[in-house]
Design a protein around this ligand. Sequence first.
Ligand code: BG6
Length: 479
Amino acid sequence: ETKGYQLTDDFLWGGAVAAHQLEGAWQEDGKGVSIADVMTAGSKDHPRIVTDTVQDDQVYPNHWGIDFYHQYPSDLKLFADMGLNCFRTSIAWTRIFPNGDETKPNEAGLKYYEDLFNECHKNGIQPVVTLSHFEMPYHLVKEYGGWRNKKLIEFFTRFAKVCFERFHNQVKYWMTFNEINNQTNWHDPHPLLQNSGLILEDDDNWEEAMFQAAHNEFLASAQAVTIAHQIDDQLQVGAMVAMCPIYPLTAKPEDILKAQRAMEYRYYFGDVQALGEYPQWLLNYWKRHDYEIDITDEDRQTLKSGVVDYIGFSYYMSFATEAKGQTNELTFDEDHDLVNNPYLEKSDWGWQIDPVGLRYGMNWMNDRWHKPQFIVENGFGAYDQLTDDGQVHDDYRIKYFHDHILSMEKAVVEDGIDLIGYTPWGHIDLISASTGEMKKRYGMIYVDQDDLGHGSGRRIKKDSFFWYQKVIASRGKDL
Ligand code: BG6
């Protein structure tokens, strides 16, 4: 057993969730319909689909989540028992602005989060909040075409302002858009919809639409940063990127160059949000492809003055790529250009397990963006077995966390990276975002419920619960 490094007392040890994946109560207290509410159940072989309305013959797991909406007081006690001093969740936009385009917020929604955050503080836990985590109002998709439409900037910033004004005394750390860079995989309709509310036709240029939608999100995010600081200069507003480092498969120079461009492509989001400008290679790329992204001088100014305070990121896995026969233009297509890394094992869902990549990714971002970092997701989705005497022996999950936390601690102590905290994903079992399954479990707390929402809903501490409790109590030393 390897010992870890002890981290400082102010380091945040937490857990992370998103509203739509655990709250349920999809129609309560005036909530509107979000994208997640019209997304059906899927599996690793069957993608989730979006139905235009809620249909009787379909299954929508986000409608029930794990009933956190009602059970949060007892769940928070469990989190406190684990030792968490922070808890990352999101505010469901549709609880505050049910359709997204109203001018007055829904008081019942605001009150709900006020109570939730109060309850967190009572348990010694500070909430960390994402404003948009794959749950935009579906009305904005249908009526406005999602984030391609610049009107959404106004709607989002109104939502952000209402939240900052109401919760600034309760919440210090905020993030604007969850895993904003997932949409670089624009060949797949799922991330385009989850990130940006885009439903595209075959003859649309999907890549160009993605760049425009992302630009509008950058503007909304930058304005939100500025608004937050005006309301309360203590507020910290971060970006949120999904960090999956992309390695070259070999030392062949062409492979190295390919991997470099792949990284630049997948993470230009961080360049814009942390440095306030687009990289030149991307401007050249747009020009060569005849893309006309609507960016004004005023936009450029907005991006510059609203750079984020820190980089929040998720880390689950790494990727690898090779140049193949690519000759003239260096491009990256996440659908076709990723290859198997022969040095790594995979989870049952095919995610490559790579603790070293976490440290690599942190150093890469630090060298480039020079911002404090916050690991706001990390974890291992697996099939768990509940034993007859009500236990879950998830040694595979403990191993995953052990190796990743050790790698993170090396990045902090040996490499000197300024890291705010660590919130493992889905520390309580919840609905999977990509597949809608319950059986893809990440938790250290088991929830007795199946893919159809059947079960007692009982919460059960897994072996990893007790392990993480020790880690936190020793501030990272006792791994
Ligand atoms: C990230 C998301 O993609 O990873 C979460 O921010 C998601 O919402 C998590 O749940 C794990 O992915 P999945 O698809 O296994 O639930």
